[in-house]
Design a protein around this ligand. Structure first.
Ligand SMILES: C[S@@+](CC[C@H](N)C(=O)[O-])C[C@H]1O[C@@H](n2cnc3c(N)ncnc32)[C@H](O)[C@@H]1O
Length: 389
């Protein structure tokens, strides 16, 4: 079965408003065509269907028969999730703050401002996400036209495991690269031109004006309270002619064919996610769509927007997209608990058990290949004018 080309979606569905060159209103690039659904007749599919089938059955069984914390335990045991999370949970050099079996970063007062775990399981997931971001750009780390410009200083805000910073440092060996984060989860064995710093990118920056040629921020949407202020600090800190780049998925499960039911748990989850983020002062809904306008307002020029469809399980026929779907499904299976646990218990007053059961339902829907869902990933780049001070 193929999604019918030309079928118009509801506001929660459909193709993005930009083309690959960042022109508003375009539908020219391959990624923005309606994606073709796999008919499911390959040997590869047999393997997938039996695996997905057994996961679904296991999840059904757990949801139907259990209503306590053991439910999630059974699923997680199967995927070795607790063990992977615990490796760093038990780490002596940075114990952080452990809640409901996950480790969070902690500030000097022992509080964790960032709502998502930073343990081993999350770090593996971040590295997987790096691969997804890069695959969407066909192996590139950025969309800004900096290749051949010989950048001398590069800044990566909220660097996480530092994987992007490490690769950009390798790519530009003559550049001095700085990666900052609240959490000390970066490796120590890194390229000689890379330095990690513990720093809050929402605080006043101390880098000095006009000091960087390229500033990058990826996948921090639910972490930032004041994006315009961050853009302004990036503008001030860039050298004239330097580039700022934002990369983030829009967290809305979209389909072009309405195959995800409106009352799906995945849709409910996204609504709860935005509601919880809003409650803690992070306005996530519709945010990546407004980045270009906000950059123009600050004074950036040549703002370019690239939007890529990223399937959320291996439903498409196209091999590249199917692979992206596989990675994305793994990201959901590994990530959903961490996305929801602290946020929903802390902001929405859910119990751990409620989150456990809900996450199981989300996982069950995630593996359903009849749901032709995708996220739009936004890549937005802007240049500080050469004439700016
Ligand atoms: C989802 S991860 C993304 C990591 C990395 N940018 C990537 O794409 O792989 C978000 C990271 O931002 C960090 N973070 C959250 N709030 C921050 C802040 N105010 N300043 C600096 N880092 C922050 C978190 O500790 C976490 O490592």
């Amino acid at each position: 079965m193929s999604s019918p080309p030309g079928k118009k979606g509801s506001p929660s569905r459909g193709s993005p408003p930009f083309d690959e060159q960042g022109q508003a209103g375009g539908l020219g690039s391959e990624e923005h065509h309606y994606l073709t659904v796999d008919s499911g007749d390959s040997a590869d599919d047999d393997f997938w269907d039996s695996d997905a089938g057994s996961i679904t059955k296991a999840l059904d069984h757990m949801i139907a028969n259990c209503r306590n914390t053991r439910v999630a335990q059974q699923f997680d045991d199967r995927y070795n999730i607790a063990e992977r999370a615990n490796i760093r949970t038990n780490s002596l050099d940075n114990p952080g703050r452990v809640e409901n079996g996950r480790r969070y970063n902690a500030n000097a007062a022992g509080q964790s401002e960032y709502q998502f775990p930073v343990d081993e399981l999350e770090q593996d997931r971040l590295d997987l996400m790096h691969h997804i971001f890069k695959s969407l750009l066909h192996g590139e780390l950025y969309i800004s036209p900096i290749a051949g410009t010989n950048p001398q200083r590069i800044l990566d805000l909220g660097t996480g495991t530092g994987i992007w910073a490490i690769e950009i440092a390798d790519q530009f060996p003559s550049a001095a690269v700085v990666g900052t984060d609240l959490a000390p989860i970066q490796p120590t064995w890194v390229p000689p031109n890379l330095e990690f710093q513990i720093d809050d990118c929402e605080a006043d920056w101390t880098f000095g004006k006009s000091t960087f040629d390229f500033i990058h921020i990826r996948y921090l949407r639910a972490a930032i309270s004041n994006w315009p202020r961050l853009y302004q600090q990036a503008y001030d800190t860039l050298r004239p002619g330097g580039y700022f780049e934002f990369q983030d998925p829009d967290l809305t499960f979209l389909t072009d064919d309405g195959s995800l039911p409106e009352d799906a748990a995945l849709t409910t989850y996204i609504n709860h996610f935005h509601q919880a983020c809003q409650k803690m002062g992070k306005h996530t809904r519709g945010q990546p769509q407004s980045v270009a306008d906000e950059l123009y307002k600050i004074g950036f020029e040549d703002v370019k927007v690239v939007v890529k469809k990223c399937p959320q399980n291996p439903w498409p026929k196209d091999p590249h997209l199917k692979t992206l779907g596989r990675y994305s499904l793994l990201n959901l299976l590994d990530g959903l608990e961490g996305f929801a646990m602290k946020l929903f218990t802390g902001m929405l007053g859910w119990s751990k058990e409620e989150v456990d059961i809900f996450v199981l339902k989300l996982k069950r829907e995630s593996v359903n290949k009849h749901y032709h869902m995708y996220f739009n990933y936004y890549f937005v780049s802007g240049r500080k004018p050469l004439t700016a001070s």
